[in-house]
Ligand binder design. Structure first.
Ligand code: MCN
Ligand code: CUM
Length: 794
């Protein structure tokens, strides 16, 4: 199919269908590949002013004096505000998504390097930046808490002195599983292995940094915010609570977004500064952060110090798994997570295995580092859980001298065990784990790889093969169990079919590059027989879309995707009534197929959806049927969906330089019914690249004073095409039994599943040196240390 401008819009999928599910080029790429995307920073409003933020150079310090006179005197400056100015308006603190509070601008103390201290609004961006340097602040430096392992020491300085009666740096404690049963399983075991590991702090680092334009109209009392948000409706509610502007007077618009990866879920002080400035000045105010601001002050990810203990019989039956976690939450608990899950979904740490007993104890602490917690394609901490269990299983395999694939095979949840309830209370919906693993082994040629490895080892070469199998949990959530900030995690969706048979579907989720404009059109197309090109997807504007919780935790397909199916079926139900009137038969005499209703037994008598649509607005309708062809639903999922996968990584380690090269990577994913296999593969390619980055290069670290050592892309290394191989992907399809089309999420699977495959491969390569574990990122110096028998630095 080719559009008038010659750009191919679709090609037939495997079944040769012109509409519905299948491979189809992305509708949105027509503008993206021509440089015609419209991002927040592209928007210019008449009379717009520019906001810049002064940030703390210190990680922990008392603010003793603030002098803004020189900045205010700058000829192009319109407004300067400090924490004290915000406090006078009761706007100095904001709620976080984890029921903590965070300073919008620091009043008493600064608590991490890069924290927001004051802002300037000026006629242009450069003057705003210049004027920041005219603000004079005196700090009284305090010792910084940098290491989670000493954050709870009795002599550690207390960071959260703003909280009434707080005398330590404890953020929260959380446990899951059965401690007693796990003790018993360990007591009965032949083999117990203990391993400490660190999942370092990393950053989502989307190409487009965060930003907002706030435009307050004092006459209409209406506030419009264009912002880089993954969750427009959630943000609108929070803005209403923060600013006092009533919710129906607030419009949040999230236009094109240059990547989110979770970084754009939280509310940042910059957004609120722009809102405050616009209300005060009555002018549109734009704030766009730069790369260093993004890396040092917005939501980070991971930062878990984990101790694992695994218990098994001599023949490799896993009996028990224990996980003890120290979680670094930074200065404020800014984690985006469902309220009842302070540790995110880390509770799935038993992974893809049928383990008799499991227990996890987590201690979260505050440190003098940027807040955040879950961002970066994490599925609410499942990245950490999967890394943990996949490293532990590999450690056990080494201890038992068993092939890691064989050990996994002996413990995988069997297909006949679904729905499977884990020892920590999760109910996995479906899967055929042995089949997914078998497909990965087939593509990789696993046995040949092992033979090749033996030959290379004999020659002194360091080749490693790493395996990981994983289970994801995406699509939060059943709203009875899951909310964010008291808002239940269900999604609305609206569909309207116009008189000419063209349709508009309105979503509450918001794409950051996942291709929703294409795949949601395909979902509707499959159900109603209108080509995707004739279905416009509207999202990212709270004035135009129904309420819903937004895009993160790969929930768009599991939740909004289901809503899109159900709303289309609702429209189809109405179309059936109209068609029955048109054909003068009972609705039950009609059969649906290929975009038309046909009279059962008389297929020549039929009406297509476009004819029904025209009739819905123009013809005479059966009694009780009102005009128009549209519907609205809110979908509350019965459960999460549980995608799974099996990954195999092959690495070569240079014995002279300790450089790791990922030679091959095989990824077999099962996300149930695939709506657009091309987009699914693209999601997997991106996630695998993330995974190689985290395993080998990415880390946000701090020195003893709390200075961030990853504040630029020169220091915080991101993977490029150079560092990654040609991905070899495959798939199995196990539909979700409770999703209306059996689709599960895919957006984060590869980021979750790939780091342990890479690390397992590197550790396997280093087996001749007796290496049993090495912490990410496996940079040449860390690999060299591991080869030399030295422990990796903390
Ligand atoms: N899809 C499909 N068939 C399925 C599942 C998904 O065709 N069975 C398609 C979907 O229709 C959608 C895409 O794959 O176009 C991803 O769908 P889904 O798994 O539902 O994930 P979300 O759309 O909710 O995306 C969120 C997820 C998250 S949480 C992060 S983090 C991440 C990710 O997506 N951030 C991304 N992938 C990203 N990709 C890009 N380009 N940019 C980001 O910021
Ligand atoms: Cu945790 S990153 Mo994604 O869920 O937006």
């Amino acid at each position: 199919m080719t559009a008038a401008d010659g750009v191919p819009t679709a090609f037939p999928d495997n079944d040769g269908k012109p509409v519905g599910h299948g491979r189809m080029l992305r509708k949105e790429d027509r503008r993206f590949i021509r440089g015609r995307g419209r991002f927040v920073d592209d928007r210019q409003l008449p009379g717009m002013l520019y906001l810049a933020i002064l940030r703390s150079p210190l990680a922990h310090a008392r603010i003793t004096r603030v002098d803004t006179l020189a900045a205010e005197a700058h000829p192009k400056v319109k407004l300067v505000m400090t924490g004290a100015d915000l406090a006078a308006r009761n706007l100095a603190w904001m709620p976080t998504l984890s029921h903590d509070v965070q300073a919008v601008l620091a009043t008493d103390k600064v608590r991490f390097q890069g924290q927001e201290v004051a802002f300037v609004v000026a006629e242009d961006r450069y003057s705003a930046r210049d004027a920041l340097e005219l603000i004079d602040i005196d700090y009284e430096e305090l010792p910084a808490v940098v290491d989670v392992r000493t954050a709870l020491a009795s002599d550690a300085p207390v960071i959260r002195t703003d909280l009434e009666g707080k005398a330590d740096n404890l953020c929260f404690e959380w446990e899951t599983g059965d401690a007693v049963a796990t003790d018993a399983a360990f007591a009965a075991a032949d083999v117990v292995v203990l391993q400490d590991m660190v999942y370092p702090r990393v950053h989502p680092a989307p190409l487009e940094t965060c930003g907002a334009i706030a435009d307050y109209d004092a006459i209409d009392e209406k506030l419009t915010i264009w912002s880089t948000t993954q969750a427009p409706h959630l943000h609108r509610t929070l803005y209403a609570l923060f600013s006092g502007v009533p919710e129906h007077k607030i419009r949040v618009v999230s236009p094109d977004i240059g990547g989110g990866f979770g970084n754009k879920v939280p509310i940042y002080p910059g957004y609120l500064c722009a809102i405050t400035a616009s209300v005060v000045l009555g002018k549109p105010v734009k704030w766009t952060e730069d790369r260093s601001e993004n890396l040092t002050s917005t939501a980070f990810a991971r930062d878990y110090v984990m101790r694992g203990e695994i218990a098994a019989t001599r023949d490799g039956r896993i009996l028990g798994l224990r996980s003890t976690v120290l979680a670094d939450h930074g200065a404020f608990n800014g984690m985006a997570t469902p309220t009842k899950y302070p540790g995110g979904f880390y509770g799935v740490f038993t992974g893809s295995y049928d383990i008799e007993a499991a227990y996890c104890r987590m201690t979260a602490v505050h440190t003098n580092k940027a807040p955040g917690g879950v961002a970066y394609a994490c599925s609410f901490r499942i990245t950490e859980a999967v890394y943990f269990v996949e490293r532990m299983v590999d450690r056990l395999a080494a201890e038992l001298d068993l092939d890691p694939v064989e050990l996994r095979r002996r413990n995988l949840i069997r297909p006949d065990q679904f729905p499977y309830r884990t020892r920590t209370g999760w109910v996995y919906d479906s899967g055929d784990y042995p089949a997914t693993l078998a497909e990965a082994l087939r593509i990789a040629g696993y046995d040949d790889l092992r033979r090749e490895q033996a030959q290379r080892r004999a020659r002194g070469e360091l080749m490693g093969i790493g395996v990981s199998v994983f289970t994801e949990a995406v699509g939060a959530g059943p709203r009875a169990d899951m909310d964010i900030f008291g808002l239940g995690m269900a999604d609305g969706c609206e569909l309207r079919i116009h008189p000419t048979g063209k349709a508009v579907v309105r979503l509450s989720v918001q794409t950051q590059g996942q291709g929703h404009e294409t795949t949601f059109a395909q979902i509707v197309a499959e159900e109603i027989g209108i080509p995707p090109a004739d279905i416009e997807v509207v999202h990212g504007d709270t004035d135009q879309t129904p309420f819903g919780m937004g895009t993160y935790g790969s929930r768009s397909t599991p939740v909004s995707g289901a809503a899109a199916v159900l709303v289309t079926r609702k429209v189809r139900d109405k179309a059936r009534l109209i068609a029955a009137g048109m054909l003068e038969v009972a609705p039950t005499d009609l059969e649906w197929g290929r975009g038309a209703f046909r009279v059962a037994g008389d297929p020549a008598k039929s009406v297509a959806i476009a004819e029904i649509a025209r009739h819905a607005y123009g013809g005479s309708l059966p009694p009780g049927v009102d005009g128009g062809l549209e519907a609205q639903v809110t979908y509350d999922p019965a459960n999460l969906t549980f995608p799974n996968g099996a990954y195999i990584c092959v690495v070569d380690v240079d014995p002279g330089t300790a450089v790791v090269k990922v030679r091959r990577f095989v990824a077999v994913d099962d996300c149930g019914t695939r709506i657009n296999p091309m987009i699914v593969e693209g999601q997997v390619h991106g996630g695998l690249t993330d995974g190689v980055g985290m395993a080998l290069m990415e880390m946000i670290s701090f020195d003893e004073e709390g200075n961030c050592l990853g504040a630029s892309l020169m220091d915080y290394l991101l993977p490029t095409a150079v560092e990654v191989p040609d991905w070899e992907t495959g798939y199995t399809v196990t539909p979700s039994p409770h999703h209306p089309i059996g689709a599960k999420g895919i957006g984060e699977s590869a980021t979750v599943g790939s780091p342990p495959a890479v690390v397992n491969a590197v550790v396997d390569a280093l087996k001749p040196f007796g290496v049993r574990h090495a912490d990410m990122p496996l940079t040449p110096s860390r690999v060299w240390d591991a080869m030399s028998g030295r422990a990796a630095p903390p």
